[in-house]
Write a protein that binds this ligand. Structure first.
Ligand code: FE2
Length: 252
């Protein structure tokens, strides 16, 4: 057991848990360097996919749909000017890398499959944990897009809902550079929507299950330092605003 009983109770009550200093600064740097290598090696002439969760819509072309077992780079929505040229250098234009670094990249795999994370997974109730998806999120300076309120179980759905997010700040996250916000206790509400591949198989659709409003009056910012781990219940509503600062806000 790695977590204390009071931390497990706090997670159950609030739907999230902040663990300061979970990842060493050395290890944060290792992951940041590896991510920048992946972006540098990324063949720019591949089809370009822009990533957004705003308004619960996403560019849902095959490049995105077929990325579940690959390592692919997705551009920020605001990366390009009206002439289709990048406004910032490529390394400052990628929204995220996804979605199978935990299986395909040795650096991310050894991080994701550590004994410490196995212990945390057990502590938050997993009996047979599987890592289904990994993302490296850049939240780029000036153009890092907003991610609107959502529940991760919308996208990684099981019955019953079991998905949990393990989120790692690799740089300091503040309101200035677009930190995450959560609605404490919001995981006790229903799943509000489900994300499906459409019947044709070439795109996606959202089924609304509960059209009530998010309880935004209760939202709180998670301003955390590099090295912090945040555990997110699959039903916990969370979001982040756009990053208009000159700082990145990288997270795995
Ligand atoms: Fe999420």
């Amino acid at each position: 057991m790695l977590l204390k009983q009071r931390q497990i109770e706090s997670f159950e009550q609030n739907g999230y848990l902040v663990l300061d200093d979970f990842v060493s600064h050395n290890e944060c740097e290792k992951l940041r360097i590896r991510a920048s290598e992946i972006v540098n090696d990324y063949d720019y002439n591949q089809p370009i996919t822009i990533f957004t969760t705003n308004e619960q819509t996403r560019h849902s072309d095959l490049f995105f749909l077929e990325s579940g077992d690959k390592i692919r780079c997705f551009f920020e929505e605001e990366a390009f000017d009206e002439n289709g040229k990048l406004k910032q250098s490529k390394d400052l234009s990628i929204n995220k890398i996804g979605h199978a670094m935990h299986d395909l990249d040795p650096v991310f795999e050894s991080f994701a499959r550590s004994e410490a994370l196995e212990a945390v997974a057990q502590d938050v109730g997993f009996e047979d944990p599987r890592i289904l998806q990994s993302m490296y999120i850049f939240k780029q300076p000036k153009i890092g897009g907003e991610v609107s309120f959502h529940q991760d179980a919308t996208f990684l759905y099981t019955e019953p809902v079991t998905v949990k997010g393990f989120w790692f700040a690799l740089e300091d996250a503040s309101q200035e550079n677009g930190c995450m916000w959560v609605i404490p206790g919001g995981h006790r509400n229903n799943l509000k929507s489900r994300f499906y591949r459409n019947k044709k198989g070439n795109g996606t659709e959202i089924e609304i299950l509960d059209d009530s409003q998010w309880e935004t009056s209760k939202m709180v910012p998670l301003e955390v330092n590099a090295g912090t781990m945040v555990i997110l219940h699959g039903l916990l509503p969370h979001m982040s605003y756009a990053n208009r600062s000159s700082l990145t806000r990288q997270a795995f």
